[in-house]
Design a protein around this ligand. Structure first.
Ligand code: NAD
Length: 279
């Protein structure tokens, strides 16, 4: 759909660190011009400077994905400096790992939905018109393995990441005829700062170094190198893959989930209606 990546423009949110920076690095190495957007302006400046030093054609874009007027300004800035955006990666997100449902206050729910789901809508809404006018493009939305397989004590994250899978599948069907590809990225554990960037959402004070016990923390201090995720996404975009997974070990859990769904469908077929409704 997007064809050759060389010389084209990518826009990546949540790109100051972690997976977003891994995507930006891989796109820059593939010859793309890359706009890196993030709410953390200081870290963003450092990361962009680092990519520039290694020869990347990159641009820092301060952006809160929840702020629609900031999206419009970001698009104008990027289109003015780099050209029309052909690859959009809605990657910014926060986690609620270790939060039982009864600790999820309404303001936490609203914030997670705003960043993880509405932030994706805002990105697509901002750039779809340009891709449509250009006759093609590609959108990658970052969900998670948690957007395919539910876990306890993670309900706002799971709900929003399942929604990102659904939104991506619907868009893929809707936009295929316009030459616009859509992929959903579903990573397993990836090394990032999600444990830290999600602390305010969980009502925890900021800290510099990962705590020894991350079991109740949001995100990972260990896991796959984000650059490896970036390489997998470059491959997925080039071949317009609907699903980009990073870890293969969840296959049995997928089979269990599909089995449970099929069993539910079979029960619908076998359901014995009361006699008066059968006649
Ligand atoms: N790390 C993992 O193991 C893992 C696994 C599955 C999915 N993910 C998903 O990957 C994506 C990236 O997370 P990461 O693990 O690289 O964490 P990260 O914290 O290193 O990166 C997320 C970035 O998003 C930015 N951000 C947060 N709120 C924002 C907002 N409102 N507007 C703009 N930027 C904002 C943060 O400043 C941060 O730089 C998230 O959507 C996350 O849910 C991560």
């Amino acid at each position: 759909m997007i064809g050759e990546l060389e010389g084209k423009v990518a826009f990546v949110t949540g790109a100051a660190g972690g997976i977003g920076l891994g995507l930006a690095r891989a796109f820059a190495e593939a010859g793309m011009k890359v706009a890196l957007a993030d709410i953390d302006g200081a870290l963003l400046a450092e990361s962009v400077a680092e990519l520039e030093q290694s020869g990347g054609r990159v641009l820092a874009v301060p952006l809160d994905v929840v702020d629609r007027s900031a999206w419009r300004e970001a698009a104008q800035m990027v289109e003015g400096k780099l050209g029309p955006v052909q690859l959009l990666c809605n990657n910014a997100g926060v986690s609620t790992l270790g939060m039982p449902f009864d600790t999820v206050e309404p303001h936490v729910w609203d914030k997670v939905v705003a960043i993880n789901l509405t932030g994706v809508y805002n990105g697509v809404h901002t750039f779809l018109g340009g891709m449509r006018a250009a006759g093609g493009g590609h959108i990658v939305n970052t969900s998670s393995i948690g957007g395919m397989l539910a876990s306890a004590d993670l309900s706002p994250y799971v709900a929003t990441k399942f929604a990102v899978v659904g939104l991506s599948e619907a868009l893929r069907k809707e936009l295929a005829g316009l030459g616009i590809g859509v992929s959903v990225l579903c990573p397993g554990a990836v090394r990032s700062r999600l444990w830290r960037t999600s602390r305010p959402i969980r009502g925890l004070p900021d800290i510099d170094t990962p705590p020894d016990d991350l079991s109740g923390q949001s995100g990972r201090a260990s896991g796959m190198d984000p650059y490896e995720v970036g390489l997998r996404v470059v491959d997925g975009v080039r071949s317009n893959q609907p699903y980009i997974f990073t870890h293969a070990q969840y296959k049995a859990s997928f089979a269990d989930r599909f089995q449970a769904i099929l069993a539910g469908v079979d029960r619908a077929a076998a359901f014995a209606l009361p006699k008066q409704l059968r006649d």
